[in-house]
Ligand binder design. Structure first.
Ligand code: SF4
Length: 353
């Protein structure tokens, strides 16, 4: 067993998804800067728990955090983050004592220390006395049930053992959703024990892998885990140059390399059918688009109590054309320009030529 090591669900999930994704940060110590999505999720968590703890207005907390943020700006993100926090606060009614961002560390088996960070833990009144409810906030749109993954059963196990309980209510609260944002289940001892077994199995595999050369113990296993992996460059053995121009030059070459590889896969799919890799399938997926009689659609929406003008907004490409010339000036006078930035590269000509 690794001495003084504490496992977490994030670590075990990383290893289960792809051993190399575990090895790079947790064995080799490779650290990646926080991505924009991670920063957004982190700030949203802090806004929600800060508001619960202090009663402060969400926007005030969000503003302070955004002022120090690397990727997000106050101008572009304050309103959205405030709204997302309110989606939760409008529906959360605390019924008893609660704790936010509670860190619990316990041995889940001899020598295996496991740590959980519980976003919200509440004492809720129950028929047989107060019960414990734990909530994990999610900032993404993908929905699932609390027992679909081992995270909440493991957190429930930590709390159940700490408090001598047979069951713990667990909730996932999907913050982007305004309505029906919660998935709730009661986690019993059987499910907690299944999660414990899964965790022990992952830890045993990690400990065994640590005895082997990295390439054998922690092989790269491309698949669905790659979608959220921050170690794509290191996984390919690429040294990203520190100078911005060199890194940008590498990005240009990689874009072309990716196009070439994707082209090869597409050619194989066109002749030989779908190609599957670790839970991902490359194939010519069906694509559906609709066209309507706009007047008839507007009438139908109106008769169904929907405001057609809110739904039938011209897309940015159509707007580009509409905003030209005299008519464009008149349209501009009706609207409010929202400015932002999007990261990309564009052709600006070669000044050295
Ligand atoms: S990019 Fe994919 S294969 Fe490579 S470490 Fe990440 S998850 Fe594993």
């Amino acid at each position: 067993m690794r001495e003084n090591w504490t496992y977490s669900f994030t670590q075990l999930e990383a290893f289960a998804g792809c051993p190399r994704q575990y090895y790079l940060p947790y064995v080799k110590g490779v650290r990646q800067p926080q991505t924009e999505d991670q920063e957004r999720g982190d700030i949203l968590h802090q806004v929600v728990s800060g508001t619960l703890d202090t009663g402060e207005v969400p926007e005030d907390i969000a503003k302070r955090l955004l002022e120090k943020a690397k990727h997000l700006s106050v101008e572009e993100h304050l309103e959205t983050l405030g709204q997302l926090a309110r989606n939760f606060l409008d529906h959360f009614k605390p019924s008893g004592q609660f704790f936010t961002e509670r860190k619990v560390v316990r041995e889940i088996a001899p020598g295996i220390r496991f740590q959980g960070k519980i976003d919200l833990q509440e004492e809720v009144p129950g028929e047989q006395g107060p019960a414990v409810r734990i909530t994990d906030f999610k900032s993404g749109w993908t929905r699932y049930r609390p027992t679909d993954k081992a995270q909440l059963p493991l957190y429930a196990l930590l709390v159940a053992e700490e408090r001598g309980l047979d069951a713990v209510t667990a909730r996932l609260w999907f913050l982007p959703y305004k309505r029906a944002a919660v998935e709730e289940e009661v986690i019993d001892r059987r499910r907690m024990e299944e999660a414990r077994e899964w965790a022990i199995d992952q830890v045993s595999q990690i400990e065994a892998a640590l005895e082997l050369p990295a390439a054998t113990g922690f092989p790269a296993t491309p698949g669905s885990a790659c979608r959220l992996c921050s170690f794509g460059a290191q996984c390919l053995g690429l040294d990203v140059p520190p100078a911005a121009e060199d890194a940008a030059a590498l990005a240009l070459r990689l874009e072309r390399a990716l196009d070439a590889v994707r082209g090869l896969v597409k050619a194989q799919v066109d002749t030989g059918g779908p190609v599957r890799v670790g839970g991902e399938e490359f194939k010519n997926w069906p694509r559906v688009s609709w066209s309507f009689d706009t007047n008839a659609l507007a009438e139908l929406l109106q008769s169904a109590g929907q405001d057609p003008y809110k739904l039938l907004v011209p897309d940015s490409e159509k707007l580009k054309t509409l905003l030209k010339g005299k008519l464009g000036e008149q349209i501009r006078a009706l609207g409010k320009e929202n400015r932002g930035t999007s990261f990309a590269h564009r052709s600006v000509g070669d000044s050295a030529a």
